[in-house]
Write a protein that binds this ligand. Structure first.
Ligand SMILES: N[C@@H](CCC(=O)N[C@@H](CS)C(=O)NCC(=O)O)C(=O)O
Length: 203
Protein backbone atom coordinates (compact mmCIF):
# COMPACT_ATOMS: atom_id res chain seq x y z
CA UNK A 1 0.00 0.00 0.00
CA UNK A 2 1.30 3.47 -0.89
CA UNK A 3 0.12 6.90 0.23
CA UNK A 4 0.77 9.76 -2.13
CA UNK A 5 0.65 13.05 -0.29
CA UNK A 6 2.32 16.34 0.41
CA UNK A 7 3.75 16.64 3.93
CA UNK A 8 2.05 19.99 4.47
CA UNK A 9 -1.46 18.82 3.54
CA UNK A 10 -3.86 18.70 6.53
CA UNK A 11 -5.81 15.99 4.69
CA UNK A 12 -2.69 13.93 4.07
CA UNK A 13 -1.75 14.36 7.71
CA UNK A 14 -5.16 13.06 8.78
CA UNK A 15 -4.54 9.87 6.81
CA UNK A 16 -0.99 9.53 8.21
CA UNK A 17 -2.29 9.89 11.77
CA UNK A 18 -4.96 7.25 11.13
CA UNK A 19 -2.28 4.90 9.75
CA UNK A 20 -0.15 5.48 12.87
CA UNK A 21 -3.05 5.13 15.35
CA UNK A 22 -4.09 1.88 13.68
CA UNK A 23 -0.50 0.63 13.28
CA UNK A 24 -0.92 0.04 9.54
CA UNK A 25 2.27 -0.10 7.48
CA UNK A 26 2.20 2.06 4.36
CA UNK A 27 4.86 3.48 2.10
CA UNK A 28 4.77 7.28 1.86
CA UNK A 29 5.41 8.96 -1.48
CA UNK A 30 5.72 12.73 -1.46
CA UNK A 31 4.19 14.55 -4.41
CA UNK A 32 3.33 18.18 -4.95
CA UNK A 33 0.16 18.52 -7.06
CA UNK A 34 1.11 22.09 -7.99
CA UNK A 35 4.21 21.21 -10.03
CA UNK A 36 4.06 20.22 -13.72
CA UNK A 37 5.88 16.89 -13.25
CA UNK A 38 3.45 15.71 -10.55
CA UNK A 39 1.76 12.34 -11.12
CA UNK A 40 -1.24 13.30 -8.98
CA UNK A 41 -3.64 14.24 -11.83
CA UNK A 42 -2.99 10.93 -13.57
CA UNK A 43 -4.15 9.11 -10.42
CA UNK A 44 -6.92 11.43 -9.23
CA UNK A 45 -8.79 13.44 -11.89
CA UNK A 46 -9.30 16.16 -9.28
CA UNK A 47 -5.53 16.59 -9.08
CA UNK A 48 -5.50 16.50 -5.28
CA UNK A 49 -3.64 14.64 -2.57
CA UNK A 50 -3.88 12.42 -0.57
CA UNK A 51 -4.27 9.33 -2.76
CA UNK A 52 -4.01 5.74 -1.52
CA UNK A 53 -2.74 3.05 -3.91
CA UNK A 54 -3.85 -0.41 -2.81
CA UNK A 55 -1.86 -3.59 -3.43
CA UNK A 56 -4.71 -4.97 -5.59
CA UNK A 57 -4.37 -2.01 -8.01
CA UNK A 58 -7.25 0.11 -6.72
CA UNK A 59 -6.76 3.84 -6.22
CA UNK A 60 -8.62 5.62 -3.42
CA UNK A 61 -9.32 9.30 -2.79
CA UNK A 62 -10.24 11.59 -1.10
CA UNK A 63 -9.04 11.59 2.52
CA UNK A 64 -12.49 10.78 3.93
CA UNK A 65 -12.82 7.70 1.74
CA UNK A 66 -9.26 6.65 2.60
CA UNK A 67 -9.68 6.92 6.39
CA UNK A 68 -12.99 5.07 6.25
CA UNK A 69 -11.30 2.29 4.25
CA UNK A 70 -8.36 2.14 6.70
CA UNK A 71 -10.58 2.06 9.77
CA UNK A 72 -12.48 -0.90 8.34
CA UNK A 73 -9.23 -2.64 7.33
CA UNK A 74 -8.13 -3.35 10.89
CA UNK A 75 -9.87 -3.67 14.27
CA UNK A 76 -6.88 -2.02 16.00
CA UNK A 77 -7.60 1.48 17.37
CA UNK A 78 -11.11 1.86 15.94
CA UNK A 79 -11.74 5.52 15.09
CA UNK A 80 -15.25 5.30 13.62
CA UNK A 81 -17.97 3.67 15.77
CA UNK A 82 -19.62 0.59 14.31
CA UNK A 83 -23.08 1.90 15.18
CA UNK A 84 -24.25 3.73 12.03
CA UNK A 85 -25.89 6.66 13.81
CA UNK A 86 -22.79 7.29 15.91
CA UNK A 87 -20.56 6.86 12.86
CA UNK A 88 -22.51 9.54 10.96
CA UNK A 89 -22.16 11.88 13.92
CA UNK A 90 -18.36 11.42 13.88
CA UNK A 91 -18.22 11.85 10.10
CA UNK A 92 -20.25 15.05 10.27
CA UNK A 93 -17.61 16.40 12.66
CA UNK A 94 -14.86 15.25 10.32
CA UNK A 95 -16.60 17.08 7.44
CA UNK A 96 -16.76 20.29 9.51
CA UNK A 97 -13.08 20.17 10.48
CA UNK A 98 -12.11 19.34 6.89
CA UNK A 99 -14.26 22.22 5.63
CA UNK A 100 -12.31 24.65 7.80
CA UNK A 101 -9.09 23.24 6.34
CA UNK A 102 -10.55 23.66 2.83
CA UNK A 103 -11.24 27.35 3.57
CA UNK A 104 -7.73 27.82 5.00
CA UNK A 105 -6.15 26.16 1.93
CA UNK A 106 -8.17 28.47 -0.36
CA UNK A 107 -6.99 31.55 1.57
CA UNK A 108 -3.42 30.37 1.32
CA UNK A 109 -3.82 29.85 -2.45
CA UNK A 110 -5.43 33.26 -2.93
CA UNK A 111 -2.60 34.95 -1.03
CA UNK A 112 -0.03 33.28 -3.24
CA UNK A 113 -1.44 35.07 -6.33
CA UNK A 114 -0.09 38.38 -7.55
CA UNK A 115 -1.30 41.11 -5.13
CA UNK A 116 -3.44 42.81 -7.80
CA UNK A 117 -5.24 39.52 -8.54
CA UNK A 118 -6.12 38.75 -4.92
CA UNK A 119 -9.72 39.24 -3.81
CA UNK A 120 -10.21 40.58 -0.28
CA UNK A 121 -13.89 39.66 -0.57
CA UNK A 122 -13.02 36.03 -1.35
CA UNK A 123 -10.54 35.84 1.53
CA UNK A 124 -13.11 37.30 3.94
CA UNK A 125 -15.75 34.86 2.67
CA UNK A 126 -13.41 31.95 3.50
CA UNK A 127 -12.38 33.49 6.84
CA UNK A 128 -16.04 33.68 7.87
CA UNK A 129 -16.34 29.90 7.32
CA UNK A 130 -13.33 29.35 9.56
CA UNK A 131 -14.68 31.63 12.29
CA UNK A 132 -18.17 30.10 12.25
CA UNK A 133 -16.69 26.61 12.20
CA UNK A 134 -14.35 27.22 15.15
CA UNK A 135 -17.11 28.81 17.20
CA UNK A 136 -19.44 25.89 16.53
CA UNK A 137 -16.78 23.31 17.39
CA UNK A 138 -15.72 25.13 20.57
CA UNK A 139 -19.37 25.10 21.67
CA UNK A 140 -19.80 21.40 20.92
CA UNK A 141 -16.53 20.44 22.58
CA UNK A 142 -17.34 22.50 25.68
CA UNK A 143 -15.26 21.01 28.52
CA UNK A 144 -15.35 17.44 27.15
CA UNK A 145 -12.12 15.52 26.68
CA UNK A 146 -12.93 14.45 23.11
CA UNK A 147 -15.14 16.11 20.52
CA UNK A 148 -17.21 13.09 19.56
CA UNK A 149 -17.90 11.66 23.01
CA UNK A 150 -16.05 9.62 25.63
CA UNK A 151 -13.66 7.97 23.19
CA UNK A 152 -10.89 9.34 20.98
CA UNK A 153 -12.18 9.21 17.38
CA UNK A 154 -11.70 10.32 13.80
CA UNK A 155 -13.39 13.61 14.73
CA UNK A 156 -10.47 14.40 17.06
CA UNK A 157 -7.90 13.44 14.43
CA UNK A 158 -9.54 15.70 11.83
CA UNK A 159 -9.89 18.61 14.27
CA UNK A 160 -6.27 18.30 15.40
CA UNK A 161 -5.07 18.45 11.78
CA UNK A 162 -7.22 21.50 11.12
CA UNK A 163 -6.05 23.42 14.20
CA UNK A 164 -2.43 22.60 13.39
CA UNK A 165 -2.92 23.76 9.80
CA UNK A 166 -4.38 27.08 11.00
CA UNK A 167 -1.29 27.53 13.21
CA UNK A 168 0.96 26.64 10.31
CA UNK A 169 -0.57 28.79 7.56
CA UNK A 170 -2.78 31.40 9.26
CA UNK A 171 -1.16 32.01 12.68
CA UNK A 172 -2.58 35.53 12.78
CA UNK A 173 -6.05 34.05 13.45
CA UNK A 174 -4.90 33.37 17.03
CA UNK A 175 -7.59 30.75 17.72
CA UNK A 176 -5.78 29.58 20.91
CA UNK A 177 -6.41 32.74 22.91
CA UNK A 178 -10.02 33.02 21.78
CA UNK A 179 -10.91 29.36 22.39
CA UNK A 180 -9.13 28.09 25.54
CA UNK A 181 -11.05 24.79 25.42
CA UNK A 182 -9.74 24.12 21.89
CA UNK A 183 -6.24 24.94 23.12
CA UNK A 184 -6.60 22.47 26.01
CA UNK A 185 -7.89 19.81 23.61
CA UNK A 186 -5.02 20.47 21.21
CA UNK A 187 -2.40 20.18 23.97
CA UNK A 188 -3.68 16.68 24.73
CA UNK A 189 -3.44 15.69 21.08
CA UNK A 190 0.13 16.96 20.87
CA UNK A 191 1.14 14.30 23.41
CA UNK A 192 0.22 11.51 20.97
CA UNK A 193 3.13 10.10 18.95
CA UNK A 194 0.85 9.94 15.87
CA UNK A 195 0.64 13.75 15.97
CA UNK A 196 4.25 14.56 16.81
CA UNK A 197 5.56 12.18 14.13
CA UNK A 198 3.42 13.78 11.39
CA UNK A 199 4.00 17.47 12.12
CA UNK A 200 4.40 19.51 8.92
CA UNK A 201 7.96 20.47 7.97
CA UNK A 202 9.01 23.97 9.03
CA UNK A 203 8.86 25.73 5.65
N1 LIG B 1 -11.42 16.86 0.04
C1 LIG B 1 -10.04 16.53 -0.24
C2 LIG B 1 -9.20 17.79 -0.19
C3 LIG B 1 -7.78 17.51 -0.67
C4 LIG B 1 -7.03 18.80 -0.98
O1 LIG B 1 -7.60 19.89 -1.06
N2 LIG B 1 -5.71 18.65 -1.17
C5 LIG B 1 -4.88 19.78 -1.55
C6 LIG B 1 -3.59 19.78 -0.73
S1 LIG B 1 -3.94 20.28 0.92
C7 LIG B 1 -4.48 19.61 -3.01
O2 LIG B 1 -4.04 18.55 -3.40
N3 LIG B 1 -4.66 20.68 -3.81
C8 LIG B 1 -4.28 20.69 -5.17
C9 LIG B 1 -5.29 21.40 -6.03
O3 LIG B 1 -6.30 21.90 -5.50
O4 LIG B 1 -5.08 21.45 -7.25
C10 LIG B 1 -9.54 15.48 0.75
O5 LIG B 1 -10.13 15.38 1.84
O6 LIG B 1 -8.63 14.71 0.43
Amino acid sequence: MKLITSYTSPFGRKVRIVLAEKRIECQLIEDNPWVAESSVSALNPLGKVPILLLDDGRTLYDSRVIVDFLDHSSPVGKLIPSDHRQAISIKRREALADGISDAAVLIRQERSRQPHMQSTEWIEHQQAKIERGLEHIAGELDEKKWWGGDLFSLADVALGCTLAYLDFRLPELGWQSRYPNLQKFYSKLEERPSFTETAPPMI
